[in-house]
Design a protein around this ligand. Sequence first.
Ligand code: ZN
Length: 338
Amino acid sequence: MSGSLVLPGFVNAHSHAFQRALRGKVEGGDFWAWRESMLAVAGGLTPGQVREGYAETYREMRAAGYTAVGEFHYVGLAEAQAAVTAARDAGVELVLLLAAYGRGGLDRFRQESAADYLRQVEALASEGARVGLAPHSVRACPRSWLEEIGAYAVREGLVLHVHADEQPREIEECLAEHGLRPIELLAEAGCLGPRTTVVHATHADAHELDLLAEHGAGVCICPTTEANLGDGFPPLSGLLERGIPLSIGSDSNVRIDPLEELRELEGTARRQTLRRNVIPVERLLRTGSSSGAKALGIEAWPDVEVDLAHRSLLGVEREDVPAALVHGCGADVFLGSS
Ligand SMILES: [Zn+2]
């Protein structure tokens, strides 16, 4: 086959670009041990390093077919500005999801108050950055912060992204503090709505999934990172049965390949249901593109071109190309990937 095939670009709805530096390292312990190493890297970042390092990672994303990215950013305001510049340098559409961090983590992650956080978001927006709200997690944000940020998101019509239910310990701590599971707390605090994306939801129970569906909230699944960190399997049957919108993210950026994220997603669903073609290919491709764009609140983002002469597509019928991409190709199949 010769020529090319144009597809909507892939949308990376959840990225922490600096964590790319950790690939190949710290392959022992559990999530919490990994987090210590991650904090050590985060602690030393400067705006200059962010600008240079993020631009390199975003170029890698662009080459792999991601043309838009949601950067979930919790390493400082000057560094957020540097990330916006890095994305411009690399030619990717960026939505800066500035994280609200009220407690825990490192000094540099935290704002003094929710109002102080919202002022930072407004400062970034006034400089021309496309922004979204990101209360980091129920670990990092007290309930009053969640309430204030949730209300602001509704008032301003902004997307709201939040990590939840990635690890069992987070759920135990939330139950101990609030008597509620994380997504139950988010619902009560006014953080769930059609512009909300819950990142991971790996250990969400049936009631939490019901709440997501009732509020029209979506879930961003980050399969390669969730595998790498030993998070667990997402509750795909429960998500799909309820029609909860899904998007994908490269998260820790241990891998940068949207086809691999989608293949993992469908592969997990097949293992869980003992069936094939659980998420049809067209829907998988939308999960990797338009669904992510909706999660980020963007309406336009660049397309990508598939190299139909690529050796991994040799002998594939034209009508089978979309399925062959997801199930049998890597991101080097996109033109401009090398
Ligand atoms: Zn994350």
